[in-house]
Design a protein around this ligand. Structure first.
Ligand SMILES: [Zn+2]
Length: 308
């Protein structure tokens, strides 16, 4: 697995943000590294690659990782598909940028598919440019990703775990689709059947349900929501009136924050990802970053490779 973008939506720096972090990274400070927006590339055979979420930076991300470069055929690409954890713009807008492909295989839940058919009609729009095939992910079920009829070691088994019923903001104008009973966001557990190991990828965590808890207990690597350090960091900066929980994220710090909650799991690696540009852990010299590193956490960065 390769981290193609470790930042939350907006990236780091964010185009309209003048927070201390964004300022420092624009100045070229040694303690801050720019980050593209949330996306991973995964492969079981290092030939066929899948993006987990496709955001606004998808072209740069493909160029940044040689394994995703096309060839040898003029339109041959190792990109075998895109796996979606939700229907947010930050995770789906890149599908439109992939329209030059001949056939796009997209994996996601039925809720996400419906949203991309109507409120944010990426799928009908794409039909005019390329063909696409939808592969449904069902919460609480496992799905083998990849061409059928080949050996186990060549595929990835994905377990889909419900995370949140919070729909994207853009669905608000279409109340029919805004069915609050639906599961809008999922986490993924990626199983490598040849090693027997697994990685739990949960870029959004608003609470740890019993199902998520069960995944975290078993997973060898946890890669989870590191969006905000504190509940109110954006409010304190005067950037918004919405706090972390209102945006569907548990903060890292504080009582029942992510750092405290993750302490009890015995996973070999605990990696924080999907980091908002306001988060002090983006400063390598910060007290917050050092505290996390002392507790055994890793902070994801663009280009980080993870072997499962
Ligand atoms: Zn900022």
């Amino acid at each position: 697995m390769k981290v193609l973008g470790a930042a939350a939506g907006g990236g780091f720096p964010q185009w309209n943000c003048a927070c201390p972090n964004c300022h420092s990274v624009r100045e070229g400070s040694d303690s801050h590294q720019p980050l593209l927006q949330s996306s991973l590339a995964v492969s079981a055979n290092e030939k066929d690659w899948y993006l987990i979420n496709a955001g606004p930076d998808v072209h740069r991300q493909i160029e940044s990782f040689p394994a995703l470069h096309p060839g040898p055929g003029i339109r041959e690409t190792p990109l075998a598909g895109v796996i979606l954890t939700d229907a947010e713009f930050d995770h789906t807008i890149g599908l439109l940028s992939l329209r030059e492909g001949s056939c796009l295989t997209i994996y996601g839940t039925e809720t996400v598919r419906k949203s991309l058919q109507s409120c944010f009609p990426v799928l009908p729009l794409l039909e005019n440019y390329c063909s696409w095939e939808w592969q449904s992910l069902h919460p609480d079920h496992r799905k083998r990703i990849g061409p059928t009829g080949i050996g186990k070691e060549k595929t990835i088994v994905i377990e889909t775990v419900p995370v949140s019923k919070k729909p994207p903001l853009y669905t608000r104008s279409n109340m029919e689709e805004n069915d609050t009973g639906d599961c809008w966001e999922v986490g993924l557990v990626l199983h490598n059947e040849s090693t027997g190991r697994s990685l739990a990828y949960f870029p959004t965590l608003e609470r740890i349900t019993p199902a998520i808890e069960a995944c975290f207990q078993k997973a060898d690597i946890l890669m989870v929501d590191g969006t905000f350090w504190s509940e109110t960091e954006l409010v304190e900066m005067g950037a918004t009136k919405r706090d972390a929980r209102n945006m569907g994220h548990l903060p890292i710090s504080g009582p029942s924050g992510i750092a405290e909650k993750l302490a009890k799991y015995s996973a070999k690696r605990k990696i924080l990802i999907h980091i908002n540009n306001s988060n002090p852990i983006l400063n390598k010299d910060s007290m917050e970053r050092r505290t996390l590193e002392r507790l055994g956490f890793e902070i994801a960065y663009d280009g980080m490779g993870v072997e499962v």
